[in-house]
Design a protein around this ligand. Structure first.
Ligand code: C2E
Ligand code: MG
Ligand code: MG
Length: 385
């Protein structure tokens, strides 16, 4: 699509050496004449050949090239099978953010390097980054931030989401967008989740000792966690160590993760839910989840992605879409939360839509976890809706 292509080009041309093709035949010609390339990004729909077919062909001709696909919603089954058999490395949903695009490209390049060096250590930069992150994990450079979540009917704070930060000795406070891909590529995802789970349970313990009204804290988990047979034990460990009931913990699973292997996700989530731990679907609406799909997963909450909130105050269609999402979610007895509320106008519309909970800068920006009790105390009593 010309618009997507132009936007990608603007974002990436300063950082990477790019070639551009406007169709499958042209792309294959480029691969033959100027390849091999490190990474190929393809749109799903094109005249002639679809994106998956193109990437399969490139895989055949140039196996060392890492292949990414930008996909529209309708072609999901194809993309999943291509990911499962290795023809496609990652899919990016449209519209994708610059940050996610860059993160994915960096990850793809890292994998390309690994592949080409046959088990040799990754390049000096990446090796340095990985070593620094390892140090961060073990030397206490990670920080737990939390962002409150409020009920729309009563205005009460129901809990918060745990968001990890890296207090880097030279670069200052880093957001997860700067290091999650490195963690994943370096096999540090599980260690990172374990750190966050432990820090989150420690906070929950402290909040209970302070007699805060019962709060739930949500922790983001990854695809690697879901694939780990020991995952349930890794969650129950910190709960037990800090003496926190399972009901106080919630796990957030981003929509795309559960989608890739629904059966596996359903099985793991069921065992988690049986232990009384809540599960919510994060970033809902950015991937391919359907309501039918949701029915098969034991989840209790839907977090509606910021994308659907952004123009809610100006665009009646956006508002009506949110209302229909609410109806469907409530039919499935799911609690709904709108992410990324930044303005009073957005808050009004979200409130009218029947949504249950909100989270966003308007209510509070993410704060160091130990400030949360003070923030809660200073907060004015909620105004009735
Ligand atoms: P997420 O789970 O969807 O978290 C919400 C993100 O939106 C957070 O970014 C938060 O700071 C930001 N946000 C909240 N309210 C607003 C708002 O009103 N406007 C805008 N523009 N943004 C808002 P953050 O902390 O940078 O985290 C980004 C993503 O990184 C998270 O998205 C989550 O997927 C991942 N992440 C964060 N912490 C962890 C963690 O401990 N473990 C793992 N595996 N992933 C994490
Ligand atoms: Mg989240
Ligand atoms: Mg989210």
């Amino acid at each position: 699509e010309p618009m997507v292509l132009a936007a990608l080009w603007r974002t990436l041309r300063h950082r990477f050496d790019l070639r551009c093709a406007t169709g499958a035949a042209e792309a294959l010609e480029l691969v033959e004449s100027q390849g091999p390339f490190a990474v190929v990004v393809s749109d799903m729909r094109m005249p002639g050949m679809n994106g998956v077919e193109l990437l399969r062909e490139i895989h055949r001709r140039s196996p060392q090239t890492v292949r990414l696909i930008l996909s529209g919603h309708s072609d999901f089954a194809d993309v999943v099978s291509a990911i499962n058999d290795g023809a496609v490395f990652r899919f990016l949903t449209k519209p994708t953010s610059t940050e996610i695009m860059l993160e994915t490209l960096e990850l793809a390049l890292l994998c390309h390097h690994h592949h080409n060096r046959h088990g040799e250590a990754p390049g000096p930069d990446m090796a340095g980054e990985i070593a620094a992150l390892r140090t961060a994990l073990h030397d206490g450079q990670l920080r737990l931030f939390v962002q409150p979540q409020a009920g729309l009917t009563d205005g009460h704070i129901h809990g918060a989401e745990a968001l990890v930060r890296w207090w880097h000795p030279e670069r200052g406070l880093l957001l997860p967008g700067h290091f999650l891909a490195i963690a994943e590529a370096a096999g540090l995802s599980l260690a990172l989740t374990d750190w966050v789970l432990d820090a989150a349970c420690a906070q929950l313990r402290w909040w209970r000792d302070l007699d805060l009204p019962s709060m739930r804290l949500a922790v983001n988990i990854t695809a690697d966690d879901l694939a780990d047979p020991a995952f349930l034990d890794r969650v129950r460990g910190p709960l037990g160590r800090h003496g926190v009931p399972a009901e106080a913990l919630e796990l957030e699973l981003t929509e795309g993760v559960a989608v890739v292997d629904l059966d596996r996700a359903a099985e793991v989530l069921r065992s988690i839910a049986e232990h009384g731990i809540r599960v919510s679907i994060d970033d809902f609406g950015t991937g391919y989840a359907s309501m039918g799909w949701l029915r098969r997963l034991p989840v209790s909450k839907l977090k509606i992605d910021r994308m659907f909130i952004d123009d809610i105050a100006d665009d009646p269609d956006a508002y009506h879409f949110l209302v229909s999402l609410m109806t469907m979610a409530h039919d499935l007895r799911l609690t709904t939360l709108a992410e990324g509320i930044e303005t009073v106008a957005q808050m009004k519309q979200v409130s009218r839509s029947g949504c249950d909970l909100v989270q966003g800068f308007l209510l509070a920006e993410p704060m160091p976890a130990d400030r949360f009790p003070g923030w809660l105390r200073e907060r004015l009593p909620p105004a009735p809706r």
